[in-house]
Write a protein that binds this ligand. Structure first.
Ligand code: CIR
Length: 264
């Protein structure tokens, strides 16, 4: 299908705020995140990323935005070409985009930074890059107008946009993640979508559904800790360095490995 893209050189993360205990969650039964533990997990996440050969930019925490460690939602970066500032679809998160802008400006000049404008909304967690194609989930956070604008921005740099209807999951990448080499982790509502039929699908059972959110970083795949079947399935592909990171405190806020960074 697609060629292996250039290696990622940079990653942006944002330190979790103590206010994360008040972050948005669909799973209050998991309890509130333990902040001290979340910090340690974030430290380990940064180290794991560094071990993949990327430079990590660490944005300071901002207590005003309980969910702001989930920095992926604030932007989409077309590696080496343009950055697209999102317009996050949750009201309590929308201001996070203004926090991210100065960091995008460190890497891109103003002619190469585009913005999704209201009434368009878009969360970066809804965007999955597969070579020159960008799948985008039509979720509660990303609306049709946001997708229209995203499509038009991508067209300027010759990239394709494929909208993906969805009704159950928070974000597209909650349930489907690309590991390069045509390998796709896939779960839940996306399982029988014709859109994804030509990928080599690694089906993630509901019992380990959270681990459908793994990240590929320069031929390393990072898998969340505690999901043995997914870990084995990724290892059995036989082509990756595979490591794990514990994200238990972020799971309590519906956040996974991809949500915690922008990789480009
Ligand atoms: C939220 O509901 O926005 C956060 N609690 C979780 C965001 C997770 N981000 C992602 O999947 N990209």
């Amino acid at each position: 299908m697609s060629q292996l893209k250039d290696k990622f050189k940079n990653v942006i993360v944002k330190r979790p705020a103590a206010s994360m205990v008040d972050g948005i969650t669909s799973a209050p039964e998991l309890g509130k995140p333990i902040y001290e533990k979340a910090i340690l997990q974030h430290d380990a996440y940064i180290e794991a990323l560094k071990s993949c050969g990327v430079a990590v930019t660490v944005c300071p925490k901002n207590e005003d935005f309980p969910d702001s460690c989930f920095v992926e939602d604030t932007a989409v970066i077309v590696t080496g070409e343009i950055a697209i500032l999102s317009n996050p679809g949750a009201a309590s998160r929308n201001g996070e985009k203004l926090e991210m802008l100065p960091y995008l400006e460190k890497f891109f000049d103003e002619d190469h930074i585009f913005k999704i404008q209201s009434p368009g909304t878009m969360d970066g967690g809804d965007v999955m890059m597969v070579g020159d194609t960008y799948y985008i989930g039509m979720s509660e956070r990303t609306n049709r107008e946001g997708i229209r604008q995203f499509h038009n921005i991508l067209a300027k740099v010759g990239k394709k946009c494929i909208p993906v209807p969805m009704t159950e999951m928070l974000h597209l990448k909650t349930g489907v993640n690309y590991l390069e080499h045509n390998n796709l982790l896939i779960s839940g509502e996306f399982l029988h979508y014709p859109t994804f039929k030509d990928f080599n699908q690694i089906v993630v059972d509901k019992s380990e559904g959270y681990a459908a959110n793994c990240i590929w970083v320069n031929e390393t795949v990072i898998v969340p800790e505690g999901y043995p079947n997914v870990l084995k399935a990724v290892k059995d592909l036989g082509i990756y360095r595979v490591i794990t990171c514990d994200t238990s405190e972020y799971k309590k806020l519906d956040g996974g490995l991809s949500c915690l960074s922008l990789r480009f």
